[in-house]
Ligand binder design. Structure first.
Ligand code: NAD
Length: 505
């Protein structure tokens, strides 16, 4: 029977009748350890209730986790990909058996709805399934390059690697990195977001229960200082980072200045180009889902609508559909991560209004769902007639806010797309193959959507943007991630006495 990990396996300090309060620990050398560092509170975005504490780990604690991971590295590296896949099969079963309670934890700390939290975990499971395919597919390659001389490539792990995650996907983003990096033979240290560390505690339990050797998967809690200490540890060979652009750039610079490999995914301001020939049902649903899903706290949210020509009818339908969305913990649209995020977003909407844009749907006075008056709620908001250089049209708002800029034609839409400093995603809604092809050929983003508002590639296709949305080469998932989490060594062999001898051999 598959084991179900109970919430009660995690230490808690809550009074009877109150929400469970989880005290996060570090996972060091296969053991959960309390940190002596200062603690921060974890507040439920849904209700405002205290749900946990997370430590800011000390320099010595970061050293301890890195040392334990380095001690595990030689044994893990020696295993074959097939052997390293065995615990991942078990882990996948455990995640699926614990899906509901994992989703509850992820939703309660991130403000997502339960359905969104489940979807994020299942996306992580897909990455694990891709990693599980490597045992059969990642065979390397060999060729007899001249008589009796064979060249062969072999993938080798880097050693100890680190992954730093943002708040908006407590399970999915860590799982973009962990299964692939582990299966390729690395020991992985996760630094979860200090805003949503609870899901990682649950995932850590499942990695232990799945039978990963001690030190192969570790967790260190903390914030910016912890990240910088971790990157600077000599044991850490590579850093995968996902978060805001300023932090991504800072991590990329620090890691590469130390001669380490870094792939740092940053923020976004994704454009959706709407042309008059777009299918009304398809485009309205796709655009509303994209900017309101996860309350707009998605790096793939289409938050800038570039309206080409007269699409007033479609815009009216977008407003109507958005206005009908209900706020909720289980269904509908979830909450913003914290009070600071809400304050920041409200200020951006106010400034857009003062600058002359029109608020055609105003979510600022939203009534929170029942029992959630202490949470951080904002209903869908649409800002129309924004000028291309306004703050609301150029900066990442990271909330359920759609900014509309009107342009006369497709070339003006493409010019606006080119001007964005970000390059995560660009979508177009059209029934014209020519328009779709023009966007594919000319847009600058790394992920392009044709009649889809959230163009997230599924495995084996890889996830990653361009420009200020990604620093480093390759992508964080899929085939393109394999070269990031490994070295390719090249072996040239000559055994036969009849081998040709020339200047190359
Ligand atoms: P954030 O940058 O504040 O934090 C992300 C992680 O980095 C956290 O673990 C945090 O502790 C750490 N951190 C913060 N500042 C740091 C610094 N200066 N140096 C080193 N580490 C630092 O991001 P967030 O608010 O948690 O997440 C939202 C952001 O992440 C948005 O900008 C969103 O677009 C982006 N994001 C991008 C992708 C992508 O694939 N491109 C995916 C998800 C989220």
């Amino acid at each position: 029977m598959t084991m179900v990990i109970k919430e009660s396996d995690v230490p808690e300090t809550s009074a009877p009748g109150q929400p469970q309060v989880i005290n996060c620990r570090n996972l060091v050398g296969g053991q959960w350890q309390n940190s002596s560092g200062p603690q921060r509170q974890i507040i439920s975005p849904h209700t405002g209730a205290l749900i946990g504490h997370v430590p800011m780990s000390s320099v010595a604690e970061v050293a301890a986790v890195a040392t334990a991971a380095a001690a595990a590295a030689p044994g893990w590296r020696r295993m074959t990909t097939k052997e390293r896949s065995v615990p991942l099969f078990r882990w996948r079963e455990l995640v699926l058996a614990n899906l509901d309670s994992l989703a509850l934890t992820a939703a309660s700390e991130s403000g997502k709805t339960l359905a969104e939290a489940r979807a994020g975990i299942l996306k992580g499971v897909e990455v694990a399934e891709f990693a599980l395919s490597l045992q059969n597919l990642d065979a390397g390659g060999a060729m007899e390059v001249s008589q009796g001389v064979t060249c062969q490539i072999q993938r080798q792990p880097l050693g100890v690697v680190a992954g730093i995650a943002p708040f908006n996907f407590p399970a999915m983003v860590p799982l973009w990195m962990i299964p692939i990096a582990l299966t390729l033979g690395n020991c992985f240290i996760l630094k979860p977001s200090e805003k949503v560390p609870l899901t990682s505690q649950r995932l850590g339990d499942l990695f232990i229960a799945a039978g990963y050797p001690a030190g192969v998967f570790s967790i260190i809690n903390g914030a910016k200082e912890t990240v910088e200490t971790l990157i600077s540890r000599p044991e850490v060979q590579a850093v995968g980072f996902v978060g805001s652009t300023p932090a991504a750039l800072s991590v990329y610079k620090l890691a590469t200045s130390l001669g380490k490999r870094a792939l740092a995914l940053g923020g976004a301001k994704n454009q959706v180009i709407l042309v008059p020939d777009a299918d009304p049902d398809f485009s309205v649903r796709g655009i509303v889902d994209s900017y309101t899903g996860c309350a707009g706290q998605r790096c793939m949210a289409a938050s800038l609508l570039i309206a080409v020509g007269n699409v007033d009818d479609l815009i009216s339908r977008i407003v109507k559909t958005s206005a009908s969305l209900k706020l909720g913990r289980d269904h509908g649209m979830g909450a913003l991560i914290d009070a600071a995020a809400k304050e920041r977003i409200l200020a951006i909407i106010d400034r857009a209004e003062k600058a002359g844009a029109k608020i055609i749907l105003d979510g600022r006075k939203a009534t929170p769902p029942a029992g959630c008056s202490g949470g951080h709620w904002l209903a869908p908001t649409i800002i129309d007639h924004a000028k291309p250089d306004m703050e609301c049209a150029t900066t990442e708002i990271f909330g359920p806010v759609l900014t509309i800029v009107r342009v006369p034609d497709l070339s003006a839409a493409i010019a606006l797309e080119h001007a964005s400093p970000f390059g995560n995603a660009t979508s177009v809604f059209t029934s014209s193959g020519h328009v779709a092809r023009t966007v594919i050929e000319q847009a600058t983003s790394g992920m392009i959507g044709i009649n889809i508002g959230v163009p997230v590639p599924r495995e084996p296709f890889s996830f990653g943007g361009t420009k200020a949305s990604k620093f480093g080469h390759g992508d964080i998932t899929g085939e393109s991630s394999l070269d990031f989490w490994s070295h390719l060594i090249k072996v040239t062999s000559k055994w036969s006495g009849t081998a040709a001898s020339n200047w190359m051999s």
